[in-house]
Each structure stands twice: as C-alpha cells, then as structure tokens.
Design a binder for this molecule. Structure first.
Ligand SMILES: Cc1ncc(C[n+]2csc(CCOP(=O)(O)OP(=O)(O)O)c2C)c(N)n1
Ligand SMILES: [Mg+2]
Length: 554
C-alpha cells in the first residue's frame, strides 16, 4: 500500500495507540494537517495559542496520563517556539514526540524562508532527534522515535520532516518492517548480590531515610514505594518532582527536601545513616553544598539511567535497572520494622507557628486543598507560589502534581494544565499561578474557552516577581531591580474578555465564599488572591550552604 509521508506518520501514531495531539499549522506542515483532516474521526488535535504552550500541554498530558505527548509545529518560528518546552520536558524526563515541518529538501541549507536547523538547535535538549530526508525512512524513524521517547528514562524526541517528504509517497511496510529496531523491550535488573547487599544495609540501618523522586511517578511505582516504606518503617523525603509518590498525609511522608524543605525533612536527611534514593537525581536544589549533604550516610541509588550514578554525589551503592523489580526484591528481603523512635526524633524538629486567620499562602492553599482534596490534578507555574504549593498541598498521588522542576519555566503551568485536563476529563485541574508567570502564557485563555476546559485558575497575586524579589531582599540589599509588577492589570476584565468568570479575594472569608459558591460549577473560573509582596518562602537554604543551614525568616 502506497502512502504519503503525512499518512505514514498518522498510520504509525494510530498503530501505537496515540489519538491525542497538540499542534499549530504553518506552511511546511500544510500537507500534514491536510492528511489529518481526513482522520478526524480518530485523532483529536488541540491547537494552542502559542507553540511553546502546545509543547507544555503535551508535557502535562504525558505526565498526568503516563502516555506519550505529541506536538506538531511548522518550520522556522514554529519550530523555535517549541524549544523551551522541549528543554523543559528533557529536564523532567517527560516522553514527548515533537514533529516539526522543515523546508523542502531542495531548499535546505540556503537560508530559505522559515528555515532553521531545528535538529541542530535541539540536539542538547532532546533524547534523540531526526531529520528525515527520504520518505522511505519515515516509517521506521517514526516507530523508533516513539519507542526512544518512552523507553527506559523517557524524554523528548524530535522528528523534522521536510515539506516534500510529507507529500511524497512510498510503500507502507507495516509493523513487521525489519528496518525498525526493537527499543523498549529490554528490562535491566541488577544482580542479586547487589540487591541483597542493599537489603542488608536497609535492615541494619538505625536512621534510614528514603529520598523518593519523579522516577517513581514515571515508572508508576507509587504503591510499591509505600509498601516498602510501611514495611520497613522508613520515612520518605521527596524531591520536588517526587511529591505525591507517597500520600502527604501518611505519617511517614516528610514532604520535600532541599532549598525550601522543612526543618524536620532537611535535618532527617542530614542526620540519617542510610539514604535510599529512588528515581531521584540529587539536583543542586536538593543537596545544597554537596560536601555536607547527608554527611554520615551510606547512599543507595536506585535508577534506570546509569549516567545519573555519581553525577551529583559520590560513592553511592548503585542499583541500576527496572524500579518495579528492584522494589519488589527489597520489599521481600527487608525486615518488617518499627522505626517510630527515629520518626519521633525527626518530628521533634518541626516548627510550629501561629498563622490563624491571616490571608497568606499557607491558609489560602489549605482552603482550596480542602475543597479539591480528591481527584484533582494540581499544576503550578514557577516562583514562590510553586514552592508554597509544594509545601502546603496534601498530594495523594504522584501523577496529580505537575510542575516544572528542572528547568523552572515560568509560563509552563497554563499549557501543562490544558494538557492535564484534556488527558483527565474526569478530574478537576487546579492551576496555581503567579502574576508574573500568568503574563507569560495568558494567551491560552482562548484555548480553555474554545475547548470548554473547566480548569480552575488560582493566581497568588503579590504584584511582583516574588521569588526574585525575595532573593533581592535577602541577598541583594533589598535593591528591587525590575521585579515590581504593580501596574494595576485588571485580571477580572482580562478573563472576562474570554468569557471566563473572574473573582478577587482579599481575605480568607472572601476566598471561602468564592470557593464554596463555585467549586461545583463545571466551568473554568479564575480567582485572584491578592497577597502581600512581603510573603516569603521559608525555610530557605541560602545559596552555597548546606541543607541544615536553613533560614526561617529574615
Ligand atoms: C521563563 C523564565 N524567566 C525568568 C525566570 C526567573 N524567575 C524565577 S521565579 C520568577 C518570578 C515569578 O513570578 P510570579 O509568577 O509572579 O511568581 P511569584 O514568585 O511571585 O509567586 C522569575 C522571574 C524563570 N524561572 N523563567
Ligand atoms: Mg508574583
């Protein structure tokens, strides 16, 4: 059967069970969108207002569903607009397929209209990328690209397709095509000796801590993590990406560790004698001064990606391979233990403060969390509001928290919330944003009204680029250079222009009333919470310091 390049792409997507895409048209991809036009009874394509947000949407869709996220963009500016989204997905290990149109083969390398070397530009932020110059190669490349994105440690893969390749025809070989390589079938498991040694270390540890990261969400192992923690009585500190891997209201959950970790969590990791890292990568935001991170601990490092071992730490005991197999082995070979003495010691460091009645992020988030405690996906932007959400929201599951961890991309949240809501029509998507971040992506208001996505937008409006301002205040002599945002944007009017109802709250009572009156409405709403620019994220570990050198104020 002869098919065009565009039809080949759609055929392989269908074969892989992919029916949802994000995309934005343009000259080089007209043939692709033309072929799609005939397939709209199977495929659903969502068009964002901006390609960057389309990639973030594919990312939010992938993180919340565990499926591949797909974004299609045109050549030149369409392609360059995807780069931030691709880098963001790369840092947080999200499986994405980005298909870009390229100028026709005969025009490549001539500074042609809307030509950019997108494979060159994205080389360092993709797991792999391809420029497919011959239609005969497209079928195998498409299959391989999808497998590479999903297999092992997932990541974004880009396929660049010249316009003539979309149009040219060739024979479609089908799944038995021998030129397709077999990615994704190999399950690597560490040898028994290493696993037994790790079990023994766990059995003998007096003060162990599990450091659980986003790899647990990616490999869908929340339940096994909980089983291991509960059997061994070992408390769990999360990386920011790992929040939700253990329910936050479980007594073994310590929340997240690192720059904005709580005192008890950072002290637990500092004082532990064994740290069991599971699907976490010891990012600099977690470890602070590497020489003083968990100084008396042996470290077991469980990961699918061997290049993570000893990258940011040294002398780990590595367990490389399939997390499910490793966790099952550890659960079976570790002793059931009561470590409540150690947990009590950890919890004695907890700091209590009297904040009742104050219109501050902690109380605001508690009110919202109470109403949306079940079946909700929380998506954030980047800044103080992101850290407050991580600190105060009681997550139940790992795929119910979506945030930009590694790249810290302001503007990530709106697109990601759109993708999460599309992937999970039966869940409520709560998008928590800041005034600065929202200004970077609010063009997507049109997308949620067009597709009737009932996303709840909560803006913590401090009229400032709060996180940067906090650093200026604490570490730059309060010289507030270019962080002021108090230019009286009327956000209620802005959202009204898109047919979305907006509310403003300046007290807990107002917020409570708004939430009570609106939470059952199956439409998008926007709630602006006007907070003081002086609200800060505490604790904070000053740059370069160790994670036990926390500041609680100042
Ligand atoms: C694209 C991008 N540009 C700049 C930054 C640097 N940055 C980090 S947090 C922040 C302030 C965010 O402001 P806002 O969204 O209002 O959140 P707040 O900290 O006030 O809660 C800035 C400018 C970034 N992370 N991403
Ligand atoms: Mg702000």
């Amino acid at each position: 059967m002869k098919l065009s390049g565009s039809q080949i792409i759609l055929k392989v997507l269908k074969e892989k069970g992919i029916d949802t895409m994000f995309g934005y048209p343009g000259g080089a991809v007209i043939p692709f969108f033309d072929a799609l036009y005939d397939e709209l009874d199977y495929f659903k394509l969502y068009r964002p207002a901006h390609e960057q947000n389309g990639v973030h949407a594919a990312d939010g869709y992938a993180r919340s569903t565990g499926k591949l996220g797909v974004m299609v963009a045109t050549s030149g500016p369409g392609a360059t607009n995807t780069i931030t989204g691709i880098a963001n997905a790369y840092m947080d290990s999200t499986p994405l397929l980005v298909i870009t149109g390229q100028v026709a083969n005969t025009l490549i390398g001539k500074d042609s209209f809307q030509e950019v070397d997108i494979t060159g530009l994205t080389l360092s932020v993709t797991k792999h990328n391809y420029l497919v110059r011959k239609v005969e190669n497209l079928e195998a490349v498409m299959r391989e690209a999808i497998d590479v994105a999903l297999e092992g440690r997932p990541g974004p893969v880009l396929v660049d397709v010249p316009k003539d390749v979309f149009v040219k025809q060739c024979e479609f070989k089908g799944i038995n095509d021998e030129s397709t390589s077999a990615y994704g079938n190999e399950i690597v498991v560490p040898d028994n000796e290493a696993l037994n040694k790790a079990s023994e270390l766990i059995n003998n540890a007096k003060k162990p801590v599990i450091y659980a990261g986003g790899g647990i969400r990616i490999s869908k192992n929340d339940e096994l993590l909980l089983e291991l923690a509960e059997k061994t009585g070992i408390p769990v500190a999360n990386s920011f990406m790992g929040l939700g891997t253990i329910p936050r209201n479980n007594k073994l959950s310590l929340g997240f560790v690192g720059m904005h970790g709580s005192v008890e969590t950072n002290m637990a990791v500092t004082n532990c004698d064994l740290l069991i890292a599971i699907g976490a990568r010891f990012s600099d935001r977690v470890i602070g001064n590497p020489d003083k991170f968990a100084p008396g601990a042996k470290i077991i490092h469980i990961d699918i990606d061997s290049t993570e071992i000893d990258k940011n730490t040294s002398e780990c005991i590595p367990l490389i391979g399939d997390m499910k197999s490793i966790l099952l082995h550890l659960i079976e070979n570790t002793d059931k233990k009561d470590r409540s003495g150690w947990l009590d010691e950890i919890m004695s460091n907890k700091v209590k403060s009297d904040i009742e009645g104050q219109f501050i992020p902690e109380n605001i988030l508690h009110i919202i969390n109470k109403v949306y405690s079940q079946n909700a996906i929380v998506v954030t932007d980047v800044g103080q509001h992101q850290m407050w959400t991580g600190q105060f929201w009681e997550f139940n599951k790992s795929n119910e928290f979506i945030t930009s961890g590694g790249l810290g991309t302001m503007g990530f949240g709106f697109g990601a919330a759109i993708g999460a809501q599309i992937g999970n029509p039966n869940k409520k998507t709560i998008f928590i944003t800041g005034d600065g971040s929202f200004r970077m992506s609010c063009e997507e208001l049109v997308t949620i009204s067009k597709y009737k996505l009932p996303i709840k937008i909560i803006m913590l409006n401090n009229n400032t680029l709060g996180m940067v301002r906090q650093w200026q205040r604490m570490f730059s002599n309060a010289r507030y250079s270019e962080t002021d945002n108090s230019d009286n944007v009327n956000y209620e009017k802005l959202v009204d222009a898109y047919g979305i109802k907006g509310y403003k709250a300046e007290s807990l009572k107002e917020l409570n009333d708004i939430i009570q009156n609106t939470h059952n409405i199956n439409e998008s709403i926007f709630i602006e919470c006007r907070i003081s620019p002086e609200c800060s994220v505490y604790p904070i570990v000053p740059p370069g310091r160790s994670i036990d050198e926390l500041l609680l104020n100042g």
